[in-house]
Every structure is written in C-alpha cells, then in structure tokens.
Design a protein around this ligand. Structure first.
Ligand code: UGA
Length: 432
C-alpha cells in the first residue's frame, strides 16, 4: 500500500521505517528539514535499536520524507503521529494535531478516490471525532465519511524497544465507524500481523473506545508502579524488602510480575503526561478520578522520600553529592519528566553541590541544569562525594565496587535497586 505518516518523532519514525520494511511504500511528512534530510539520506533521526538499519535499507527509496503535505495525495492512508503535549494545568494540548489536521485537509482537497486518516497520537476520548476530523474538513472543505474516513489506532511501543514492540505487539486496536475504514487499516497491518511471532489479536472497536484504551493502558501501568511504590514505602517502614514481596505477589497471575519494580517512580514523555491528561479530561466531564490522582501524588512523593533517606545519614549542605543516572529509564537519552529532575532540585534546595553522571543523557540534562557539574563516569562522580543517589537503573551502576572507596562519606541511597547492599558503605534502598 501507499502509506503516509505525518510526524517523525519516536512513534512516526518507527512506524514509517517498519511499514517500509514490511513492504509498503511510505512517505513521512515533517516540518523539520534536518529530519527529512536524515531519513532521505538513510540515517535515523532518533536512536532506537533496529531503526538505523531499516532506515539505511529503505531511506530515499521505499521510505521517503518530505516537508510537503501534498505528498499524502499519492497515498491511500495517512497516519497522524504528531505530539500531544500538556497544557500548564496538565490537560492535553491538541494545537499541533489541529494544525496538522488542517494542512492534511487542504492537501486532500485535490485528491481523487478514497482516503483513510488514522490518528496514531494519544488523544483524549472525543478528540478524533470532535477536534481532528472537523479540522480536516475545514482545511479542504471536505466531509468526513464521504471524502475521507477517520480512524483511531493507538500505539503501545516503548522508547528503547520501539521497533521490537511495534513489530511484535500484544494487540492492535482499530477504532473506526465504518467497514471501509476497518478494511483499509486491516490491509495496512496485514504484513505485520503475518510476520509477528505467534500472531496478534486484533481489537476492532469504536473511535472513542480506541482513544480510551490507550489511556487506560498507560494509566493502569502507571498506577501499578505507584501502587507498588506505595506498598514499597510501607515495606520500608517495617524493614521489609519490597522486592521480595513483589516477587511473591507477581506469581499470582491476576497481579503479574511486570511493572512491580518499586523505587523513585515513573517518568518519560508518556505516563506523567497521559495520566495528567485523562485526570484533567475527567474533571472537565465532572468526575474526580481518585485512584489516578493518587498515582500522580505517590509518584511526586518518591524523589523526596529518596532525599529524606539521604538526610538521615548525611548533612549535604555545601557538600558534593553524586547523582547516578539522568535519563527517565535505561536505554535512552530522554530526560523528559525524569525523576532525576526533582532529585537534583531537592539536592540544590539543600545546598548540595551536585555532580551528575549518565552514560548517554548528559547533554540533554545540561539544558535543564546548565550550572551543575557533570562527570565523565560513575567513578568520577563518586570521587570525594558525601553521598550518592541512584536514579536510573543503568546496568553499569551494578558493576561499581572499589569506586565507592573514593567517596568522602560512603552513603548510597538507591532509587532503583541496582547497587548491591554491601558492608563497606552505608546503603539505603528506597523501598527495601
Ligand atoms: C510507556 C508504555 O509502557 C508504552 O506501552 C506506551 O506506548 C508509551 O508509554 C507511550 O505512551 O508512548 P515508555 O514511557 O517508553 O512507555 O516507558 P516504560 O518502559 O513504560 O517506563 C515508564 C517509566 O516507568 C520509567 O520511568 C520506568 O523507570 C518506570 N517504571 C517502569 C518503574 O518505575 N517501575 C516498573 O516496574 C516499570
């Protein structure tokens, strides 16, 4: 098929490269010329395992990029994979989607034949039909259901494992309101479903349901992390190891073993933003979602609990403190909503001299905190420090050993259970 994808962030670029790899002719539309040039030159604009080889194989050939929305006219289906950031109050900001939808409508006005528009971005229920569809109509003087169909197909890939997750999903969700739309999106996904290990369940549902499924998925997982953090905080008060508890309860199929790693909390571009957006949307609709609000509250508390534990062992005012890990999770240089941000802020409020280290995310964090010190290795960060906090579960922190001897005051507070408890340092686990 001929497929266009508007937006080349984590989702858009991954989807474009994978669909090209599965045999479709793909064009990626983005306003950023550098990104467009990179893709056409066979280079990946973002770092994701398995992406660069796919873009190298198809970039400039079966996968093209352009800044011109007119390219969508040569395609049968357009995926909108544009960002949906937060407003200051946590609610969803649809302005980028709306502007993209309008440009898409203008381009589609001159197209003959059927066209399916698929919303890939995470949007609150009602957005596709009430905000995005009407903008496409307005952009090209078109009528939804006649001149084009609109569908919603949420994406569940994770940063760091985006290609693998996209190609082997645990489900695909098609939200539409007519048979023609279901049939088109089925055809787009057919090669993926055939190639995936062990088949893929297809959920055909309504547009609003598809929108909500994405929020429910992320909100459930975020709340699961906050629930195990809440339980973990109780464990800590009783001197119980939350990881031993989690291992046992995870054996109950009704609970499941994943997302039970308690610690300094969840970050990234999705969980914090999406839980805030669905909470704000629920408030607008007149309902207070108390469990989801609690998920955010617990998450906000964890960095301060980490620092309270450090306070219990060392007065850090005027002292050097090492922050190990800056990205929101290992395997990525993304620092958006990383727990390292509140941890560094809290240390600075205490008057500490922060020395931060991350294997890949230093430059990204420098934009948030230009005037703290950055070390070139974990060992360098620890030298002369009066305490260290572990914020990201990078494997290399597990290998730190004699490096702790170089600390002035060997206190380590671990927010991710990476460093092994040891006799020669004062070790505190956040929930163990
Ligand atoms: C998340 C979802 O997992 C994806 O399914 C979804 O598609 C994506 O958001 C999105 O909406 O685009 P992602 O944000 O890339 O993916 O990262 P996760 O691996 O889910 O981790 C999120 C945060 O939770 C990280 O900060 C991680 O450290 C934390 N976490 C995760 C824990 O603290 N404990 C756990 O047990 C698991």
């Amino acid at each position: 098929m001929n497929v266009s994808i508007v937006g080349s962030g984590y989702v858009g670029t991954t989807v474009a490269a994978c669909f090209a790899d599965l045999g479709h002719e793909v064009v990626n539309v983005d306003i950023d010329e550098d990104v467009v040039d990179a893709i056409n030159g066979g280079e990946a604009p973002i770092h994701e395992a398995g992406l660069s080889e796919r873009i190298a194989a198809h970039g400039g050939d079966r996968l093209r990029a352009t800044t011109d929305y007119g390219a969508v006219r040569e395609t049968d289906v357009t995926f909108l994979a544009l960002p949906t950031p937060s407003n200051a109050d946590g609610s969803i900001d649809l302005s980028i989607m709306q502007a993209g939808a309008e440009s898409l409508g203008t381009a589609l006005a001159d197209k003959d034949g059927d066209h399916l528009v698929v919303v890939k971005s995470t949007v609150v229920p009602g957005s596709t039909e009430e905000e995005i569809g009407p903008r496409i109509e307005a952009g090209g003087d078109l009528t939804a259901g006649e001149d084009f169909d609109i569908a919603m197909n949420p994406e569940f890939l994770r940063e760091g494992t985006a290609v693998e997750d996209f190609l082997n999903p645990d489900k695909v969700v098609f939200g539409a309101n007519n048979e023609r739309a279901y049939a088109t999106i089925q055809t787009v996904y057919e090669p993926l479903i055939e190639a995936a290990d062990g088949g893929v369940p297809v959920v055909e549902t309504g547009v609003r349901e598809a929108e909500m499924i994405k929020y429910a998925n992320n909100a459930f997982l975020a709340a699961k992390v906050s629930l195990i953090n809440d339980i973990g905080n109780v464990c800590k008060e009783f001197g119980v190891d939350a990881y031993e508890v989690a291992e046992a309860i995870g054996l109950d199929d009704r609970i499941g073993e994943q997302f039970l790693r308690s610690g300094v909390g969840f970050g990234g571009s999705c969980f914090p933003k999406d839980v805030s957006a669905i909470v704000a949307a629920a408030h607008d609709a007149g309902y207070t979602p108390q469990m989801l609000e609690a998920a955010l509250t617990v998450n906000d508390l964890q960095p301060e609990r980490l620092l309270d534990l450090l306070d219990g062992h060392a007065d850090v005012a005027g002292e050097r403190v090492a922050v190990l890990g800056l990205s929101f999770k290992p395997g990525t240089d993304d620092v958006r909503n990383s727990r390292a941000i509140p941890v560094i802020e809290g240390l600075r409020e205490r008057g500490a001299e922060v020395v931060a280290y991350d294997p890949v995310a230093t430059e990204e964090m420098r934009e948030h905190f230009p005037d703290i010190a950055y070390a070139d290795s974990g060992a360098d960060a620890l030298k002369g420090a009066h305490g260290a906090v572990v914020v990201t579960d990078w494997d290399e922190f597990a290998a730190l050993d004699s490096e702790f001897d170089a600390m002035d005051e060997p206190v380590v507070v671990d927010g991710r259970r990476v460093v092994e408890r040891r006799d020669d340092i004062t070790y505190e686990g956040l929930t163990w």
